[in-house]
Write a protein of this length. Structure first.
Length: 83
């Protein structure tokens, strides 16, 4: 897999984790198991991004994307992993 493909999949996973986190915060506890399974992967994404000089791209994406009112709090919470 190329770096760009991995980067794209990482962004998709970050978006999924943000949505899952928001759902759990809003009372959808059936997503809790999925969220718990995906959270450790974020640390792996951060490690990969640091090794491939892509961390600034992920930070830029998280700081400039409008996640909407429903997901914004969760996005801020998840973005702390990358800072």
């Amino acid at each position: 897999m190329t770096t760009q493909e991995i980067h794209s999949k990482a962004i998709n996973l970050i978006n999924e984790v943000i949505a899952l986190n928001s759902n759990v915060k809003n009372g959808c506890y059936s997503d809790k198991a999925k969220l718990d399974a995906q959270l450790p992967r974020l640390t792996a994404i951060r490690k990969w991004a640091e090794e491939n000089n892509m961390l600034i791209d992920i930070r830029h994406y998280l700081s400039n994307k409008n996640f909407g009112m429903m997901h914004q709090f969760s996005a801020n919470e998840i973005s702390k992993i990358f800072y």
